[in-house]
Design a binder for this molecule. Structure first.
Ligand code: MN
Length: 241
């Protein structure tokens, strides 16, 4: 509910990322961003309690109920992040390009948006919800891994409904808000962080490990002076926001 962690990690004079915002429609929204940070990943965000509850999903969502996609819970993001697309400059937390890979509304299982039930489920480590996106439709679940060493590790799983499919939805690479792809943004912003070519399916162990180290390492970037020679190394070491 608090955006303190989000704000601590970022310098808003340097990054174009949003700082706040509030839902107006009464319907809960979701967004899935595709983010070419040091490791390519998808950021899965569900509006809850006025903010976007967020998970970094190294391999991205799947429509196949047999797939269990690792989803590392990260800090809450502000509501206005739902439209954020563009470039987070080098030296900043999560440096790299971002597109809005999918967005839409979501409902709880019985068709409404019972935030109390969602928040209770979040605490218990198990929520199910119905997505009404352009790419993602139907029921999904987020389930916390109980015996894992990683405290923030969850699994994102598609339920077996009429929208279940073996189609690899991540092959659809375009933004749903614009024509942008990460490759296009990489060309536009003159950096090499496009779709990472072969790395698109980057070993998820490595990515998960990086994210998992986040808790142990407090956000140093706030206090670290940034010079162009050190920022590259830093951003490599940084976990995925
Ligand atoms: Mn991210």
């Amino acid at each position: 509910m608090s955006l303190i962690r989000y704000k601590q990690k970022r310098h808003f004079t340097e990054t174009p990322e949003p700082t706040g915002g509030k839902g107006k429609t009464g319907k809960l929204i979701f967004v899935v961003q595709k983010h070419a940070a040091s490791h390519l990943h998808y950021d899965f965000r569900l509006e809850m309690d006025g903010v976007l509850k967020s998970w970094a999903v190294p391999k991205g969502p799947s429509l196949n109920p047999d797939d269990k996609r690792l989803a590392m819970m990260v800090e809450d993001h502000p509501y206005d992040y739902k439209d954020f697309e563009g470039n987070i400059p080098e030296g900043n937390y999560g440096a790299g390009n971002v597109i809005v890979w999918d967005t839409g509304t979501y409902t709880t299982y019985d068709g409404d948006s019972d935030q109390k039930a969602l928040l209770a489920g979040l605490k218990k480590g198990h929520i199910t919800f119905i997505m009404h996106g352009k790419k993602l439709k139907g029921e999904f679940a987020l389930i916390k891994i109980r015996n894992g060493k990683q405290e923030n590790a969850w699994l994102l799983v598609k339920a077996d409904d009429k929208y279940a499919s073996k189609e690899d939805i991540t092959l659809k690479t375009k933004s749903v808000l614009s024509d942008a792809t990460l490759d296009k943004l990489a060309a536009k912003y003159g950096n090499a962080k496009g779709d990472h070519g072969k790395e698109a399916g980057a070993p998820r162990k490595a990515a998960a490990k990086k994210t998992a180290t986040k808790k142990a390492a407090p956000p140093k970037d706030a206090a670290t002076p940034r010079s162009s020679s050190t920022t590259k190394t830093q951003s490599k070491k940084k976990p995925q926001p």
